[in-house]
Design a protein around this ligand. Structure first.
Ligand code: KG4
Ligand code: ZN
Length: 332
């Protein structure tokens, strides 16, 4: 089965084609970074308008790179939620119209599930595993016991880790989006130079909180009174505070759940320090770590096409009432 996937939940317009036997045939992402950089964050209304501009050329490119047209495509998968509702509706309405016109089945994919299962595009992982989903919009831990058995264990009570990275970069005058810039600068910095707080919350809690850390950085910068800042050290110290909590809570949750495998997903899982630390500490705790390549960490449609192929192969298409949803469907 060959599936066209479409993703437009935030600020990337993406389309991809995945084939059950040939694998990933195309994976196209159109970034809106230049549009939002001016504002230091994603502006939802502008994101929707950009998706409208990009969705047709992006889908056309994904189809042409996969040398596929109406005849070769067996089904369509589209991100239904969670995400920015205006952005989601652009991809969803386009996908529904195409499915109707081409008379193909459609599957409305959950963005979080698509991230969690994106690892399977590159390597097999035995169930059960723990998934740490860290992106600009999410920081959550899941126990994944099967394709239909994903249980939410905990998540951020305020900012997502990616949001914290982006805000930190903004405070440090490093531009937008900041995660990748902090990652690069931090490699030349001393992570022990400045002490930033770690929010561990209640013992055993799988929840996260990054708003205090963000405020701590802001206060720290305000009290430097114009003294030159060793920006690499500040970036490394901030990054270390985020990574300590992400790794500590993930390893602890894996132990508690009796699970020996951990999968990372989402934009922040591209972070070099996080990748090294989770592998190191996982190994020490007898846990195997699975890291998607960086292109599959950030938002993409390959993960949507892949999940769609699984579901549609199982005969699980969505009905004409398929609609977009903004909030996570995983109960707290
Ligand atoms: O998954 P994603 O592309 O979009 C969302 O669904 O949010 O994640 C984007 C987030 C941004 O906050 C970005 O700063 C962060 O991922 N990010 C990183 C790195 N690359 C992207 N954060 C830390 N280190 C990186 N290398
Ligand atoms: Zn995402």
């Amino acid at each position: 089965m060959r599936v066209l996937g479409i993703e437009s939940s935030c600020d990337d317009t993406a389309a991809a084609v995945y084939d059950s036997s040939a694998g990933l045939l195309s994976n196209v992402v159109s970034s809106q970074v230049p549009v939002h950089a001016l504002y230091g964050g994603v502006v939802p209304e502008l994101a929707s308008r950009e998706h409208i501009r990009s969705v047709v050329p992006v889908v056309e490119r994904a189809l042409s790179e996969a040398r596929s047209g109406r005849e070769e495509i067996d089904g369509i998968a589209v991100t239904a939620g969670p995400g920015l509702i205006g952005s989601l509706l652009v991809g969803l309405c386009f996908a529904k119209s195409l499915a109707y016109a081409w008379e193909k089945p459609i599957y409305g994919a959950d963005h979080l599930e698509a991230h969690i299962f994106s690892i399977f595009l590159e390597q097999a992982v035995a169930f059960p595993f723990l998934a740490l989903l860290v992106s600009g919009g999410h920081t959550s831990l899941f126990r994944v016991s099967g394709w239909d058995d994903v249980r939410f264990l905990g998540g951020t009570l305020d900012d997502a880790a990616g949001e914290a990275f982006d805000k930190a970069a903004k405070f440090l005058g490093l531009g937008y989006p900041g995660g990748a810039v902090i990652d690069r600068l931090a490699r030349a910095g001393n992570p022990g130079r400045f002490a930033f707080p770690r929010a561990w919350l209640a013992p055993g809690s799988a929840d996260f909180s990054f708003s205090g850390l963000k405020t701590a950085l802001r206060t720290f910068l305000a009290t430097r009174d114009g003294r030159a800042l060793p920006v690499e050290d500040a970036a490394a110290s901030f990054e270390e505070a985020v990574v300590d909590v992400l790794v500590g809570k993930t390893v602890e949750a894996a132990r508690r759940e009796g699970v020996a495998r951990v999968v990372l997903a989402g934009g922040v899982s591209a972070n070099s320090r996080l990748r090294v630390r989770v592998e190191e500490e996982g190994r020490g705790a007898g846990i195997e770590t699975y890291l998607p390549s960086r292109a599959l960490c950030t938002d993409n449609a390959a993960m949507v096409a892949f999940l769609g192929e699984r579901r549609l192969s199982d005969g699980r298409s969505s009905g004409p009432d398929l609609n977009a949803y903004a909030a996570s469907r995983f109960p707290r």
